[in-house]
Structures are given as C-alpha cells and as structure tokens.
Design a protein around this ligand. Structure first.
Ligand SMILES: C[S@@+](CC[C@H](N)C(=O)[O-])C[C@H]1O[C@@H](n2cnc3c(N)ncnc32)[C@H](O)[C@@H]1O
Length: 235
C-alpha cells in the first residue's frame, strides 16, 4: 500500500523525537486532550486494553501502570522505538497500519483507546468495524480527534458537509500533515453502522494551569473547541 504523507512525517526521526517529548507537557496533549481522554476511561486494572496509534507510548505507559494488560500498535517504527524505550516490558507493541485488518481475535479487548489517530484514516467504516470486532460485548472505545469546527475556522477550502482530505502546516515543526475531516453527524452514523452505541462526549477545555504556561492558547481554546473525545459502547 502507498504510504501517506502522515506516515512520512511520523517516521521522520527528528520530528517524532521533538513531537513525542513535547507531547508529554505541551498545551494540546497534556493540557487539553489527555486529561479529557483519561477521564473517559474506566478503571482498567485487570482489563485488556488496546492502545491504537500508540505513538511514543504515553498512554500505554499510563494504562500499564494502572494494571491493564496492554497491547499497542502504530504504523511508525520510529514511534514504536520510542514507545519501547518508554515501556521496556509488559506492553505488546506491534507495527500495524490502522487501514488494515487488526491482527487480534474477535472480542479480545475490554477497552480500545485511540488518541489523536483516527483522522489519519480515511475509511472510518472499516476502522470502526475492526474496533467493533476486537472489542468485547459492552466493551468501550474511547477516541479523541480534531473537533470538526476547527477545520471550518482554520481551512479556507473547508466544505463542512463533505468528507475531505486536508493538508495543514504544523508551524512549530515546519511539516505538512495530511488527514481526513468529516462532518459531526457522520460520526454518529458510523457508530451506529459499526455496532456501537454513543455513550459520552467531551469538548475539552484547557486545564487551569495552562493559563500561565500557554496564555495565547489558553485564551483561544477556552472559547473554541480544538479537540473532541468520544466514548462509545460495543452493542
Ligand atoms: C498525534 S500522534 C498520537 C500518539 C498517541 N496516541 C498519543 O496520543 O500520545 C498520532 C499517531 O498515530 C499514528 N498513526 C497515524 N496513522 C496511522 C495508521 N494508519 N496506522 C497506525 N498508526 C497510525 C502515528 O504514527 C502517530 O504515532
């Protein structure tokens, strides 16, 4: 399969080392998305959890320390190298593209977590069908992505009601990244079509301590939602 622009970015050694270090403490992950995503996870002690698009393993480490049996995947061998350094034992990391069928038996997981990765996959019906297949009945999928309203604000060519491939410049890293955006209503259609029931949703707001550390971002993203986090239940 032809590798995407996002794959080129996420296997660029310099980029991912900077990005992964940053993600531990930055505004968008540490002070906005991660607290909200973690708040939607159940008690994972003794549960089997998939960290899909695990990146440098920040969530894998948290899940492992909370007592979960963690399996994790990413299509970037460079990200996986950092993840394995972060969590040297106890997590089964594999190189795997989310555009492909997942290499796990049916009903393997109590929880599937997918943080900031689904927007790199165009075909959400196939992706969520795979999440559905590998999740136990009444199990949970918790995922975060970019809020659909952000694209309307940021992209001059955004057609809100269409599913679009978009390219964005990440200023602070000077890289172009390609992803797919879709209207809000499609999320719910896809949940239904792939065997899930909507449970909870959060439009994260910055943590209070971000006001001093990142005043510009705090001001902006206290008014405009950057991310969105869902919890859906396998029927
Ligand atoms: C923004 S990072 C998020 C990493 C991690 N989930 C976190 O929140 O710290 C997105 C990750 O998704 C991975 N990714 C993107 N598209 C993917 C795909 N098609 N299959 C597997 N991993 C993918 C990237 O390699 C990258 O590690």
């Amino acid at each position: 399969m032809k590798k995407s622009m996002a794959h080129t970015v996420y296997t660029n050694k310099k980029f991912i080392e900077d990005y992964s270090k940053n993600a531990e403490t930055n505004f968008f992950n540490a002070h906005l998305e991660r607290p909200a995503t973690l708040s939607l996870l159940p008690d994972v002690n003794g549960k089997t959890v998939l960290d899909a698009g695990c990146g440098a393993g920040i969530y894998s480490e948290i899940l492992y320390k909370k007592g979960a049996t963690v399996k994790a995947l990413d299509y970037s061998h460079e990200m996986l190298r950092l993840a394995r350094e972060r969590v040297p034992e106890g997590v089964a990391f594999i190189e795997q593209d989310l555009n492909q069928a997942l290499p796990y038996p049916d009903k393997t997981f109590d929880v599937v977590l997918c943080s900031f990765a689904v927007h790199y996959v165009k075909d959400w019906v196939s992706l969520f069908n795979e999440f559905s297949r590998v999740t136990k009945s009444r199990g949970l999928v918790v995922f975060s992505t970019i809020h659909p309203i952000m694209d309307v604000i940021n992209l001059p060519d955004c057609h809100y009601f269409e599913t679009q491939t978009i390219k964005e410049l990440w200023d602070s890293y000077e890289v172009w990244v390609e992803s797919t955006r879709r209207p809000f209503a499609d999320f719910f259609k896809i949940f239904e079509e792939t065997g899930f029931i909507f449970d909870k949703m959060i439009e994260p707001q910055p943590l209070p301590e971000a006001k001093e550390k990142f005043p510009g971002h705090f001001e902006k993203y206290s008014k405009i939602p950057h991310s969105i986090v869902f919890r859906i239940i396998k029927k």
